[in-house]
Design a protein around this ligand. Sequence first.
Ligand SMILES: CC(C)(COP(=O)(O)OP(=O)(O)OC[C@H]1O[C@@H](n2cnc3c(N)ncnc32)[C@H](O)[C@@H]1OP(=O)(O)O)[C@@H](O)C(=O)NCCC(=O)NCCS
Length: 255
Amino acid sequence: MHPHLPTISYQIDARLKGNIWPLSRVDVWRIDASSLVDGSVRSMKTLDRDELSTLSGLKFPDLKTKYISAHVSVRIILASYLGCDPGGIRFARGRRGKPFISYPTDTRLYFNMSRSGASVLVAVSNGMIGADAERCAGAPLEIAPDIFNSNELEKLNASGSAEIECAFTALWTVKESYLKLSGSGLGVDLTKVRTRNVRSSFWEVEGPPDICGSPATAYQFAMDKNCSAAISWYGQVAEICVYPMLSASALVDVA
Ligand SMILES: CC(C)(COP(=O)(O)OP(=O)(O)OC[C@H]1O[C@@H](n2cnc3c(N)ncnc32)[C@H](O)[C@@H]1OP(=O)(O)O)[C@@H](O)C(=O)NCCC(=O)NCCS
């Protein structure tokens, strides 16, 4: 068990095994890797052959550091639910690359990860889950007509100039988290993915059923003051727990 994860995560293993989690519960972990400097992460020993091969293809040291911190964080967080060694978890990927836990088998534990700048978002659930995080500053407003339909554009244009980048990013994360839920990824006409804000931070999302499956619900929130995020799930959710931001240097093994 990792000393820097809140105690609650240790209890979840027992709750999962006893099948007493609510029908749909999502835990949201946010990791700040900004304190890590290039090459400072030692925990590569927990990564598998595929991860090491991807890592060796990354040219820039800061990309390597971010990749290691994200993947090691995912392993540490999942291991705390599964009660196993972070390096003992095996992953497989769906047709379009969505990773899932293949060992330990029959875990009923789902996850999805997103990276943005130095922030890492990991969503863990007992149902299928999608997660996305994006920086608000410099949002590519010029591509709004390619990704938002007329209703969404109308709402976006009603935002003041000070809020428009955040409004764009919030909506974008809702759509991308839905596409990451289905595993389809971004190779879809995004204007055909429809969003509806049902109450405060909750959205209904629906896309072409042959690509996206059923409609889903999304919860949109802030990773930090510069970064927007969303998670999506099918069916009903009974509980969402967003944990305080964790420092990657406390979580992963740092030189
Ligand atoms: C998935 C996707 C939307 C992620 O985009 P992004 O904003 O650059 O990246 P994020 O930081 O939000 O998420 C990356 C993580 O999402 C997960 N992921 C990868 N593919 C995924 C998919 N199809 N669905 C859901 N999650 C996926 C992985 O954990 C990935 O991290 P990794 O690359 O370090 O393993 C984008 O890569 C995509 O559209 N992929 C599909 C590509 C495709 O069609 N491939 C076909 C051949 S594999």
